[in-house]
Design a protein around this ligand. Structure first.
Ligand SMILES: [Zn+2]
Length: 217
């Protein structure tokens, strides 16, 4: 029986970063798929409806945008993946595969370490002025941005490094279709977007979803 495969690698307890967190119960190797982000699958319209009456400063919703049609609501039938906190120097990343969302280790994680991934929440023109306060980050990393949001977009001035990355991206496109990184969790109707190195198509969809999801008064 393949019981070892489903062995729980993590446990939930209070976090220094924020509220409840998820911690490695044992050493987790790089590349390990730690857990799946589970919850009710709903439409964007339904997600908007569910959370439109939430207080503007309440960032405790658990919506994860899978694509431009589906959202996973971890608040309903969800699992512990919704407790994985954001970090600006994360040890995991979110990954979309076959319209399912997984949290995967991007480096070796020691037992007891808190699991985290970068929410990379996109900014939107309709954001509240105190949006960075609402989504303040206390991850404590040396490179902490102070916010779960991505930095404001600069003009399209790509470094040569970014260019070569972009090249690699297009090369990896076919692969990205099957296994696309770049997910999106909506917290207070904000979309978390995962790594944007791969899956340009997904990112586009995510962006669209973000805009729509943040349309809130
Ligand atoms: Zn941070």
């Amino acid at each position: 029986m393949a019981t070892q495969k489903t062995k729980q690698l993590w446990r939930v307890r209070r976090s220094k970063i924020h509220g409840t967190g998820v911690f490695a119960a044992e050493k987790i190797r790089k590349g390990t798929r730690v857990m799946e982000y589970i919850g009710e699958r709903i439409s964007h319209a339904e997600a908007d409806r569910r959370y439109e009456n939430k207080a503007a400063d309440d960032n405790h919703t658990f919506l994860f945008t899978v694509n431009n049609r589906a959202v996973i609501d971890g608040g309903t039938w969800g699992n512990e993946a919704r407790w994985v906190n954001h970090s600006c120097d994360p040890n995991c990343e979110s990954l979309i595969e076959d319209n399912r969302v997984f949290i995967e280790a991007i480096r070796t994680i020691q037992a007891g370490e808190e699991l985290s991934y970068d929410y990379m929440i996109e900014r939107d023109p309709s954001d509240a002025p105190d949006i960075d306060t609402i989504f303040a980050c206390r991850c404590g990393a040396a490179n902490c941005r102070g916010t779960m949001l991505l930095p404001p977009k600069k003009k399209k001035k790509k470094s040569s490094k970014a260019k070569s990355k972009a090249k690699a991206k297009s090369k990896a496109k076919s692969k990205a279709v099957a296994q696309s990184k770049a997910a999106a969790v909506v917290k207070t109707s904000k979309a978390k977007t995962g790594s944007k190195k791969k899956a340009a198509t997904v990112k586009k969809a995510v962006k669209k979803a973000t805009k729509k999801a943040s349309k809130k008064k």
